[in-house]
Design a protein around this ligand. Sequence first.
Ligand SMILES: Nc1ncnc2c1ncn2[C@@H]1O[C@H](COP(=O)(O)OP(=O)(O)OP(=O)(O)O)[C@@H](O)[C@H]1O
Ligand SMILES: [Mg+2]
Length: 250
Amino acid sequence: MQPDKTKDEFISTLSHEIRTPLTSIKGFSKTMLDNWDKLDDASKKKFLNIILEQSDRLINLVENVLSIAKTARETEIILKEINLSKLIKNVCDIVKINYKNKDFKIISSTMINSMADKDRLEQVFVNIVENACKYSSKDSDIEIRIENKCDFNVVSIKNFGSYIEEKEIEHIFEKFYRIDNYLTSTAQGSGLGLYIAKMLIEKMNGNIKVNSSKEEDFTEFLVYIPVMEPERMTQKVKIQANKPREVTDV
Ligand SMILES: Nc1ncnc2c1ncn2[C@@H]1O[C@H](COP(=O)(O)OP(=O)(O)OP(=O)(O)O)[C@@H](O)[C@H]1O
Ligand SMILES: [Mg+2]
């Protein structure tokens, strides 16, 4: 695809994504102003909640777009030793603010630190853990496992009650891509979270893999983070959707 075409497509999708919540904010504000005396308190509260929800959607979109621009500009990633268990607990606390009914079961079996950029890694996990809460069945727990596999620490984030078809897996990491199903139609989003997560994790020499099963009714994201600087790594992870993970020598 030509760079200009990519840019044009980005701008037109972005405009659409901005216009939708703005139209709704404008529409509900106008309805309230035009009918203030006729509306009961319950309706006013309902409309204000929609305005608030749509404003949150806009804020989230702006933050995601800024984050893409920032990542494209600032190519420098500062790799430092990170304690993953601590970082994941912090991410769960952040996500829980908006998903109070969710419980996180964290099992960690590695004491080995990861080599990553702390803030960016946190952003990767916030996006993935937030999705696990957003697209799973109400009140189901989120299971998070942290373990070591050769040159990588692997974090698995598993949720129940959502299924991603194999043909969709390669697309969910694309800019603005949202699967057209009942899960996405009932949850808000702009389709940028996983695009950003993949871009950041690749900059840190890691990768993301997805497993999902219709029969067992779960979706699991596996995030591979190196435990050492790239020069010292002797292995790489071969990532294939819904296939067993393979670690191969370089
Ligand atoms: N855990 C999951 N279970 C089922 N579907 C998922 C899950 N995570 C992501 N998806 C699907 O992948 C799509 C892309 O996810 P992504 O995080 O990039 O965007 P979003 O959540 O729609 O919006 P944003 O993250 O920008 O607010 C989602 O719209 C959803 O269809
Ligand atoms: Mg998301």
